[in-house]
Design a protein around this ligand. Structure first.
Ligand code: ADP
Ligand code: ZN
Length: 737
């Protein structure tokens, strides 16, 4: 019977009888669709299958088997193949559904984030390995005999390994195989991080560290959901402490995930991990090569890989048996994905932990207000590490009031900071100047006619980059050479650079200290995590005396000889009226300050500001984070803003401004009215024109108890978005550009 069925299938006369499976595919579709199961194919929810979609095939996941869809079976297509692969666990499927519902995204788009290495579903590609054949001549030339001796232990080895261990050529190995003396057999790359040493930490913990580690170990051993805030200054040993939660999860036979902002995946972190666990973790970030992604994905899905360290996308790996998540730098804005599915990996990590019944540990020296309020209200366990390890002191913070201590004309470094840089250099130590502005100058204008260079596709000025001798838009990537004469009045040599960028600061430092070695660390110079690792190593090796950096320098690194930090413009992030401007500036500058004096040498920090009385600057100067957060919390509570109220945003964009505004008016009229929900807008977005499209925003504000998704669904069901416009829903928006 089975025989005849399969021959029928081959003949193309597929039987259209009965059994259906609803298969979800990784495309922007809101649900799973019906497919027929060929006779003889058994399927369970979670099984990975290959199905036809349009004119091609795609991998997908069997979502349900109840088949209530009333589509005529004659119109249905067949599941092509079931992959011989571990099914996607139910918890993970529930998680994907939860994320789709919460972010109001298509379930298929969320699945796509999980099917991030579909090659892994195929049987592994293998490299060839060699073993001894049985009847080997007794007498062999010495070189061949060496190989025979090596392979006597029976372990298959790849040609490169034999060549290295036996000191022979690859050609010799091939000719022995051709002569039938060696056998070729395929081997595949093993899953990474299968065995980790979960014995006690080799460090002797301080009392605070020990009690935090004990608490984490206990929670990770309970197999139930909990959220923990691990709050401690930079250098207090948070990493070493949360490793204990990871170790306990592994001891429980489960897997662990450590999320980090991509940029913090430093060599330093990995060394620390290996020292603790005796093995490298499995890595998951944008630069992991495809072949590695595939083995890692498979290893995670099969439960062989124990620990993954990764950027936010690692949260969507289909862990077989996840037992702990750590979200390091939990306040970091990069946890929010700002394109595609707009989700916050920190928040979704908490959801994942609840569904999987395990603890999630949020870690920060400057927790977000959301997390802090939850911890203080007792919703989270709250663990504190108050002191730096080994008594290293927090740096002394000096505020430079630019209104009175002005830099010389055309300069941006005040005399006090100049002196500190010179002293630091003379002492053979390193300095860091922080300015979150790439390029030479943020604005270039014509002195004669006032003309300003503006991006043709964005509402933004072009930024001069001397290094590349061009003008560049930091929003869309547009660039043009710097012209010789003004495009408006034709005057030659009339351009003036307004304000500083990192390149201009480098120029100023070079003039001040011609023998100091300066180095710019900014995302357009250092373009990949690998390059960051290289740059970090060079700084550690003291190849640079003064580092001028944007925010990519702020995170996670530990430079023992770096003792002086200068913030060129502490006010930069405070303009713009973003809900979290104060909080973010505090976090960033606190982190930057934390780079100073992490070793034995004491550090000092200089903040240049025009607003010394501003609450963020005062809090930084007094090192009084909690006071600052308390004031911030009171203001947000008064305004009903998060974390005390809820926000969602609708962002509409289109090339045709009239059409866009017309549509915005239409949908504004359709907004359902409720007493406790406020709809603000439409208003031009701060970036009102971006990449050639005009942009408008609505902000929806409600009491915390109100499910905004339901409201938005009701609203959006009543409107049809014209195909020339785009509409995005952003739940819990983090950026307001
Ligand atoms: P954080 O994550 O809070 O910035 P880390 O865990 O990175 O702190 O610790 C800072 C440095 O101090 C690291 O080099 C770490 O290995 C070291 N350290 C922390 N605690 C101890 C300890 N109990 N014994 C020895 N070294 C420690
Ligand atoms: Zn642009």
């Amino acid at each position: 019977m089975a025989m005849s069925q399969s021959s029928l299938l081959i003949a193309g006369e597929t039987p259209k009888s009965g059994r259906r499976a609803q298969v979800l595919v990784p495309y922007p579709l809101s649900r799973a669709y019906d497919y027929l199961l060929p006779d003889g194919m058994e399927a369970q929810p979670g099984d990975y299958v290959r199905v036809p979609l349009g004119r091609r095939d795609t991998p997908g996941v069997v979502w349900t088997l109840d088949g209530k869809d009333n589509v005529d079976p004659a119109k249905l297509k067949h599941v092509q193949q079931k992959y011989a692969f571990e099914a996607m666990p139910q918890t993970h499927r529930q998680f994907l559904e939860w994320v789709a519902r919460y972010t109001m995204s298509d379930l298929g788009s969320v699945l796509k984030m999980s099917l991030s290495a579909p090659e892994a579903l195929q049987p592994p590609k293998s490299a060839n390995a060699y073993t001894l054949n049985e009847n080997i001549p007794e007498k062999l030339p010495a070189a061949r005999q060496k190989i025979v001796n090596l392979l006597k232990d029976g372990l298959p080895r790849r040609a490169v390994d034999i060549a290295r261990e036996a000191g022979c050529s690859a050609a010799l190995i091939r000719s022995m195989a051709a002569a039938g003396q060696l056998m070729i057999r395929p081997v595949s790359a093993p899953a990474p991080c299968r065995e980790v040493d979960t014995g006690d930490s080799a460090l002797s913990f301080s009392k605070d560290q020990q009690s935090a580690a004990d608490a984490l170990r206990k929670l990770a051993g309970e197999n139930k959901f909990s959220t923990v805030l691990l709050d401690g200054v930079t250098g207090s040993g948070k990493t070493e402490v949360y490793f204990e939660a990871v170790a306990e999860a592994i001891r429980q036979g489960r897997q662990a995930l450590i999320l980090l902002p991509e940029i913090s995946l430093s060599a330093q972190f990995l060394e620390r991990f290996e020292r603790r666990f005796g093995a490298a973790p499995a890595l998951w970030h944008s630069e992991v090569p495809t072949a590695q992604r595939r083995v890692t994905w498979a290893g995670v899905a099969e439960g062989k890989t124990k620990v993954v360290v990764g950027a936010r996308s690692a949260l969507f790996l289909p862990f077989a048996n996840l037992g702990a998540i750590v979200v390091d730098e939990e306040h970091d804005a990069s946890y929010k994905q700002e394109e595609g599915v707009l989700y916050n990996a920190r928040d979704m990590a908490i959801v994942r932990a609840r569904l999987g019944s395990f603890p999630v540990v949020l870690v920060s020296a400057t927790p977000s207000l959301e997390t802090m309020v939850n911890a203080q209200q007792g919703k989270y366990h709250y663990l504190k590490l108050p002191a730096r390890h080994a008594g290293a002191k927090m740096p002394a913070i000096h505020v430079i009031n630019l209104k009175s201590a002005l830099p010389a004309r055309g300069k941006f470094i005040a005399p006090v900071l100049e002196k500190a840089l010179q002293e630091t250099f003379a002492a053979g130590e390193q300095s860091l100047l922080f300015l979150n502005r790439r390029g030479y100058a943020p604005l270039t204008l014509c002195r004669t006619c006032g003309f300003r260079f503006q991006c043709p596709s964005c509402s933004a000025w072009l930024v001069e980059h001397k290094r590349f001798s061009r003008l560049q838009c930091h929003h869309c990537g547009f660039l043009q050479p710097v012209p010789k004469t003004c495009p408006s009045c034709n005057e030659a040599d009339s351009f003036a650079a307004c304000g500083p960028g990192v390149e201009r600061i480098q120029e100023e430092v070079a003039a001040l200290m011609p023998t100091a070695r300066t180095f710019i660390l900014a995302s357009d110079v250092i373009t990949s995590p690998n390059m960051i690792r290289g740059a970090v190593r060079d700084i550690e090796d003291r190849k640079h005396d003064v580092i001028i950096g944007t925010q990519i320098i702020a995170k996670g690194h530990h430079f023992p000889a770096l003792t002086c930090v200068g913030v060129i413009d502490a006010d930069l992030g405070l303009s713009g009226g973003d809900l979290r401007a104060g909080e973010r500036t505090f976090q960033l500058l606190h982190q930057v300050s934390g780079r100073a004096g992490r070793g034995e040498l004491p550090g000092r920090v200089y903040l240049q500001t025009y607003m010394p009385e501003q609450s963020v600057i005062r809090a930084l100067a007094k090192n009084d984070r909690d006071d600052f957060l308390a004031v911030e919390a009171r203001e947000r509570e008064k305004a009903g803003m998060p974390p005390f109220g809820r926000l969602a945003a609708l962002i509409l964009a289109g090339a045709d401004e009239m059409k866009l505004d017309l549509f915005c008016r239409t949908i504004a009229q359709k907004a359902p009215r409720y007493d406790d929900i406020r709809v603000l807008g439409p208003a031009p977005a701060p970036m009102a024109y971006l990449r050639g499209r005009h942009r408008r925003r609505f902000l929806i504000k409600a009491n915390k108890a109100i499910p905004l998704q339901k409201y938005l669904a009701e609203w959006l069901a009543a409107v049809k978005v014209p195909s020339s416009l785009q509409l995005k829903v952003d739940i819990d928006p983090q950026s307001f550009f």
